[in-house]
Design a protein around this ligand. Structure first.
Ligand code: NAD
Length: 361
């Protein structure tokens, strides 16, 4: 029997368990539900790196006071069509939807809005905020960084200088197009998943201090127990930026816009305790206000169909639009359950029991 085979957990069961964990860790029911729904949503979309695998780490951060329950983002500058919000280390799943809702509201008034969010707890899968804007009929562009986290080597270097700085764009076509990725060759959570026996990393995802390329999670985490915490501070290597000098350049811009411009700070130590925070600079655009909505949608949808009609490069292959893989997996996992690596499931069970939460059989 393969002891490392994933366990399949029903989406509803998993969402309820994770919500109970965050209730027990001190969040109110609404916030616990938001965190749980968001993390499960990442698993359903196939981004296990940003799903329930994060539960024990979030609980540890909450205990340490790195992330604060019940916190709303505060508006520190309000220019109508633009605003700066300080999240004061509130849970990302509370403050990022709040910032996005404000951006949507302002773009619906002015046609466009720019929202700078700083000091947010981990906001998880950024595509969720593009989807929130899409549901309101808006285009959105999000530059994100992780202040306090340095994991990624810039093009041409071996030392950590960037965070995994994700970038997302959402376009409200039918079906929607959602591009959402880390600017690192892999998201840190994918190294976490690989270290838990999940999907292996590409052999050139990481870089050792001497410049040797590696796909071994120990390059980032150093030594670790099979079940237990992993800390990038224990490893000597780095994740590589994606896309050579171009991806490295986009990561650079995410740091400058989401870190320096929002006021949350760029990658690098910002807190002596090692606390991290997401910064996000979001641009919201209302095609209706620009007077281009109908033509834009038609042209965009025709274009998506034309791109997808491209001859596949392998027999039986298919050209997909950004967002399609997530939509397909979501439908499949909602039906059949969410596959979790045994170590991930075990660490969630341990976390639940440590808080007195009953685990379903
Ligand atoms: P990834 O490498 O899996 O890329 C995902 C993107 O590529 C999606 O837009 C997807 O639709 C598209 N895509 C995938 N396969 C495709 C195909 N065959 N054809 C066309 N498009 C395709 O993503 P990643 O870099 O591992 O990032 C995973 C998640 O991690 C993202 O949701 C990101 O927001 C999140 N993240 C968050 C933080 C944070 O600090 N909050 C940091 C880093 C990453």
């Amino acid at each position: 029997m393969d002891t490392n085979a994933p366990v399949l957990i029903g989406a509803d069961t998993l969402e309820a368990l994770v919500a109970n964990i965050f209730r027990a860790s001190g969040c109110d029911a609404a916030e616990a539900g938001r965190i749980s729904h968001h993390l499960l949503g990442a698993n359903l979309a196939g981004h296990d790196s940003h799903g329930v695998v994060r539960v024990p780490r979030y609980v540890e951060w909450q205990k340490a006071g790195y992330v604060v329950a019940g916190q709303q983002a505060e508006i520190v500058t309000d220019g109508g069509a633009f605003a700066v919000l300080d999240a004061k280390w509130g849970f990302g799943q509370t403050v990022a939807p709040q910032a996005t809702a404000l951006g949507i509201e302002r773009a619906q008034q002015h046609g466009t809005a720019i929202i700078a969010l700083r000091n947010a707890g981990h906001i998880g899968r950024v595509g969720a905020y593009s989807e929130q804007a899409i549901a309101a009929g808006l285009i959105s562009i999000h530059f994100v960084n992780v202040a306090g986290s340095v994991l990624v080597a810039p093009f041409g270097g071996t030392e950590r200088r960037f965070s995994t700085a994700p970038f997302s764009v959402g376009v409200p076509t039918d079906p929607p197009v959602v591009l959402d990725f880390a600017t690192s060759r892999v998201a840190e959570g994918k190294v976490l998943v690989a270290s838990n026996g999940g999907k292996a990393l590409p052999a050139d995802a990481l870089i050792e201090p001497d410049g040797t390329l590696s796909g071994d999670p120990h390059t980032l985490y150093g030594e670790y127990e099979q079940v237990g915490p992993r800390s990038p501070s224990n490893g000597l290597g780095a994740i590589r930026a994606f896309g050579e000098h171009k991806g490295s350049g986009l990561a650079f811009m995410c740091e400058l816009l989401a870190g320096a411009f929002t006021g949350g700070g760029c990658s690098g130590p910002v807190d002596a305790r090692g606390r991290i925070a997401n910064g996000m600079l979001s641009i919201f655009i209302s095609p209706r206000h620009f007077g281009t909505e109908a033509a834009f949608r038609q042209t965009a949808e025709d274009y998506v169909a034309w791109v997808k009609s491209c001859q596949p490069d392998t027999p039986g292959g298919e050209v997909l639009a950004p967002g399609e893989p997530e939509a397909r997996l979501r439908a499949e996992r909602l039906k059949n359950g969410v596959p979790l690596q045994p170590d991930t499931w075990e660490s969630i069970i341990r976390c639940a029991r440590s808080l007195g939460v009953t685990v379903p059989n």
